[in-house]
Design a protein around this ligand. Structure first.
Ligand SMILES: Cc1ncc(COP(=O)(O)O)c(C=O)c1O
Length: 391
């Protein structure tokens, strides 16, 4: 290992889409059809997606953040309500609470799985708590049974942020069929893409109807729901919704990509096993911990540096890898470190385990279109970089 001194000529990103000719052809068909915005292909994509994750309903949105906003609305989150989430996530998981006037309450993580810790959730529950937003971090489902038990006990809604977890399972159940509502994102670094896009799956008809109406201004044309009905043209706006609709152009790409989700997840798993194997005897690197009860869909491969074994400077290591054209990243900066949240009054020190994790992690490239040779380049670059710290 690490004998090879080859430095990559091309930059290897940490993630990227895989769009093939079949996908392009499906998009072209829509461009040549009558509907460009929300039409029949959005419905077809929603049905195919719901069926893929064993859910009754799916509602597509213009992006995953909008979808989370919709879920917070459907859950009835209002001004002053508290919603518990993890700090180890992208800002969107907490921003959606603020959009509804709610207050994000951050609960610390489990330091093995890096997912939100149900015991920490319990500590944060008050009479104002309305919902929990667990995140399936890196693709490994959160401790859903315990979280759902807590939710049942305190009458809370669980909105699972599964932006990382299309294709993951929890105790042999598909992510998307378990929580009250589950959000998936189709940003290009995720498993499948629609350019921008997101979706909520649910088994609850009431949430489904609220989501449909919310993503289109709060407007309904459903004759049974109208208060006045001047004629066939009449519609009503019954609450303040948004224009968060997905287009048929996006949905055509999504429908075509969805056919490849298993292939994409399997390729990710293959590359993960190459990484795990390469790092298994490396004391300085803690590889991701996987629980037997879950099957991760491996959106991200994150290593944690064991500084007690080797005095590695994370920033320096990161910069060395970037110099070698290895597109490393850090997922995530604890949300409440971000200055907007600091200005809201959140203080550092709130979730010590998440903070300690943030100090020591690096995300290595992982995406289905990379090759084994790309994986080897990453492994060798990491070995070379670590060697500099060995005496
Ligand atoms: C955990 C998590 N939640 C929410 C989002 C928001 O999704 P989107 O970028 O589709 O708005 C993302 C991705 O960007 C994410 O990684």
């Amino acid at each position: 290992m690490a004998k090879n001194q080859r430095i990559r000529a091309e930059y290897l990103p940490y993630g990227r889409q895989w769009v093939d000719e079949a996908d392009v052809n499906e998009v072209i068909k829509v461009l040549q059809s009558d509907y460009l915005t929300t039409g029949p292909v959005v419905t077809e994509f929603e049905q195919a997606f719901a069926s893929n994750v064993d859910a009754k309903y799916a509602v597509a949105f213009s992006n995953g953040t909008a979808a989370l906003h919709g879920a917070c609305f459907a859950a009835g989150i209002e001004k002053g309500d508290e919603v518990i989430t993890t700090p180890m996530t992208f800002a969107a998981s907490a921003n959606c609470i603020l959009y509804q006037g709610g207050k994000p309450i951050f609960a610390d993580i489990n330091n093995q799985t890096y997912n939100i810790d149900p015991n920490e959730i319990k500590k944060k529950i008050t009479s104002k708590t309305k919902a929990i937003i667990p995140v399936d971090f890196t693709g490994q489902p959160a401790n859903l049974d315990e979280i759902l038990d807590i939710a049942k006990k305190y009458n809370l809604v669980v909105i699972e942020d599964a932006a990382h977890a299309i294709g993951a399972t929890y105790k042999n159940r598909k992510v998307g069929s378990i929580s009250d509502m589950t959000m998936f994102s189709f940003h290009p670094v995720k498993h499948i893409t629609t350019g921008e896009g997101g979706i909520i799956t649910t088994n609850n008809r009431r949430y489904y109807e609220a989501l449909i109406q919310f993503r289109s201004h709060g407007i309904t044309r459903n004759r049974n729901k109208l208060i006045d009905d001047d004629g066939p043209w009449y519609y009503d706006m019954q609450f303040l919704g948004y224009n968060y609709r997905m287009t048929d152009i996006q949905a055509a790409l999504g429908k075509s990509q969805l056919k490849k989700v298993d292939k994409f997840v399997n390729l990710r798993k293959k590359f993960v096993s190459l990484y795990n194997n390469a790092f298994k005897n490396l004391d300085e690197v803690i590889t991701p911990h996987q629980l037997n009860e879950t099957s991760s869909s491996w959106h991200l491969y994150i290593i944690k540096l064991n500084k007690s074994k080797l005095a590695v400077n994370r920033k320096e290591l990161f910069e060395r890898l970037i110099k070698e054209n290895i597109g490393v990243n850090v997922h995530y900066i604890p949300v409440y470190y971000l200055s907007y949240y600091q200005e809201l009054g959140y203080k550092r020190g709130l979730c010590p385990k998440a903070e300690e994790l943030y100090e020591n992690i690096i995300t290595l490239p992982l995406f289905p279109k990379m090759t084994e040779s790309d994986v080897n380049d990453v492994i060798q670059a990491l070995y070379r970089a670590l060697n500099r710290y060995r005496k």
